[in-house]
Design a protein around this ligand. Sequence first.
Ligand code: ADP
Length: 535
Amino acid sequence: MATGLFCLPLAVLLLMQYRWLTHMETVNREAERANMSHYLDIVAEKTENHYRLLAAGLVQVPADLLTGDLAPILLHYRSIPREKLAPVSYLFHMSFVGDRDRETYLFDPQTGDWAAQVPDSYYKKVNLAGIHWWAWHQKKLDGAPEGLVTSHYLPNQPIIMHLIPDENGEVIGLAGMVLDDDYFGRFLADIVPDTLNATFPGRGMRAEVLDGTDVRRLETETIGAIESEDKVVRPFSWVFQDWRVAIHRNGGRTSGLAETTVMANGLVSLALAIILALGVLFSMRTAVNYRQLSDMKSDFVSNVSHELRTPIASIRVFSELMRDGKIGSMEKVVEYGTVIEQETRRLGGLIENILDFSKIESGQKQYVLEETDLVGLAEAIVQGFEQRPDLAGIRFARTFPEQVPALPLDRGAIGQALFNLLDNAIKYGPATQTIEVGVRLEETRASVWVKDQSGGIPVHERERVFDRFHRVHTGAVHQVRGSGLGLAITKHIAEGHGGRIALTCEEGVGSCFEIYLPFGGKERGCRAEKTGAVG
Ligand code: ADP
């Protein structure tokens, strides 16, 4: 119940935590993807700026060079420093002036001359790019595009062109350059990792570049696995539009954190709930035990009061009769005297038990061992019972061995233990019965046992009858007076001699108690044996 009360709010908390964490995870992932896109924008922007700057110096051919004479423009191309031409495969131009066929002239920076062996298809594509603008010029379409224009007729090698106006603003031709893809690759190898480190310092990100034919042209260092869900790709926007740059989270998922955290918290909470449940159980058990002990103590007080009151009342009545001289015959005197003696003996036994119990509880009980004849002791106790006229219906059957060596025993204590067992056999057995008493000798120990014809002790009570104050509250037994101390003391006596007491009952037949007394060693513990009669 308490655990349930604890678990319910805990489960709600865990659920809320899970929802909050998954939300945070989504927000986080979106923010990260936005950052990744931003990175790709920066790379694209840097690329465009770089090529615009390059083209501004290379394709802005002065209008007066487009006369149809190739010599001045060749000189112009040759005047450009060689290193500035690294980004281009070819420079080219086309003149729209006059009626001649539109011809494209390609300048090869490698040879410093007009390109001699341009593959046909390649040439056509460059030409096509120029013709497109010538056609536009022919149709006299308004608004010449200012600045630089691009064309992608050549896969992986885009073209940047510049439409050249004369002093009246009329387009008279164009100049352009075919970009070198190897140079582009080298350029990316510089800016892609640098920009990555600047945008995501110390964060595991990886970038790669794929060209128009899906060949990976560049890959920053790879560490760990790549989660495809954490990947953002974009093509370049101005030149090399069929190339793509991609950024990945390098290993380690951002997703799944909520599950892991909630799982860990759930386990901790479960452990707490279990500890709490155990705590509650333990407290409940303690409370129940305390309650039982308290009930047993009050039972004990009422039982003992009753046990004291009854013999005292008998003694008073019979002694008053004797004092007043109201007894007619000598037999009556003997009879009343015997009753007084028995009741006194019972009172003595009870007080003996209570005093012993108090000594045991306070740890002061000590057993003084002396060489004792166990059979003789048992015989004396049995005879004491046999002489009681109130036990006329009870017969005692002895099973004593011929010779038993003297054993180191506390004579008084063992006598009291045997007295308790015989007293119980009489109390809880029928008024007419045979009680068997025996002494047994084994290799390492001796034992003394008592077997009666009572109804026996229920199986579930066999361990507990040795507990202090415990009395069986079922059947006819509970009518019998008692303090619940006899067996607890007897057990203590057995253990005080290094032995133990065992209970072997055949329910419905009788009870058998046996006290084992080892000669020298120890045989601790008390055991309720299930079957097998003693003797
Ligand atoms: P008491 O006899 O004063 O109640 P004991 O400690 O001697 O206390 O016995 C504990 C309980 O064990 C008894 O109340 C009784 O129910 C049960 N008991 C003890 N001896 C016998 C026996 N010989 N036969 C049946 N029940 C017994």
